[in-house]
Write a protein that binds this ligand. Structure first.
Ligand code: SF4
Length: 272
């Protein structure tokens, strides 16, 4: 069994650009806007700009080894949307870096899956083996719009992210064999909309019926259980979700067993 630190040690973050424009109801209280406000950013959150970490995956240390070691699952573009139009000019270089670092797994979530096709690199083919894409949906309308598009796209690793969940959502008709994980979470922030535990259990039921890994990531700030509303402080939202103990087929690293194994294989291959 891995320790908590070992579990977290498998991850790295890469935010090549920062800032995003709101596109659907789930964006209403976007955490990027909330964080910028908290830190008193002088640039509007809607203005997308390249960050100093732009080429982090290919940056090397003094001893010439990569700054991000082999085998990491790299959460990509979590302070923006990787498929944002304003970032079109920079994305090609990012695809190239992902290709160069085939020893890492890049994982990005997007609310703009309808733009993926026009954003893909020429050599994408059926998808890069080391790129995991999560299609984010927050309500039934977005699920019914985005998921049919998502299912048709050539992507090697597909997951569905229901976050922030703002109503009861039925995604059962989109849970095909290709879907490797469904993760769900409530909304954070002072003005967060309610997240009802019954909606979470309904999604879990859909996943279990199709034998698809399911993860309850976080409760959100205003959590409803048995009709009662609970205010959950930020620091407890992950913990409370974990305490519910309802994840299904999730491995040691808070990931589907398949992703953890991919990462372990990469580490093994690169240490030979
Ligand atoms: S797409 Fe994501 S990052 Fe962009 S505004 Fe919406 S919630 Fe924020």
């Amino acid at each position: 069994m891995n320790t908590e630190n070992e579990k977290l040690n498998i991850y790295a973050d890469w935010n090549p650009w920062h800032g995003c424009t709101k596109i659907s109801p789930g964006c209403k209280y976007c955490y990027v806007y909330r964080q910028d406000e908290m830190y008193g950013s002088s640039v509007a959150s809607s203005v997308c700009r390249k960050t100093q970490a732009f080429n982090l995956p290919v940056k090397r240390k003094r001893d010439k080894s990569y700054k991000i070691p082999s085998g990491k699952i790299v959460f990509t573009c979590f302070t923006s949307d990787f498929l944002l139009k304003d970032a079109d000019q920079w994305r090609e270089e990012c695809w190239q870096m992902m290709k160069e670092r085939s020893d890492l797994l890049f994982y990005f979530f997007t609310k703009r899956i309808d733009r993926l096709e026009e954003c893909l690199p020429a050599d994408w083919g059926e998808g890069y083996d080391n790129v995991l894409i999560g299609c984010t949906v927050e309500n039934q309308a977005m699920a019914d719009y985005r998921l049919p598009i998502f299912l048709k796209l050539p992507i090697k690793h597909k997951s569905i992210i229901v976050s922030p969940i703002i109503e009861r959502v039925d995604i059962s008709e989109y849970l095909t064999d290709e879907i490797e994980e469904v993760a769900v979470g409530g909304e954070s922030g002072v003005e967060a909309r309610l997240c009802d535990f019954e909606w979470i259990l309904f999604l879990r039921e859909q996943c279990v019926a199709k034998d698809i890994p399911f993860r309850f990531h976080q409760t959100g700030a205003r959590f409803v259980k048995d009709g009662k509303i609970y205010r959950i402080p930020r620091g407890y939202q992950l913990v409370q979700a974990a305490k519910a103990n309802i994840d299904y087929k999730i491995g040691d690293y808070f990931m589907p067993e398949k992703y953890a194994k991919l990462s372990e294989n990469i580490i093994r291959e690169n240490s030979d």
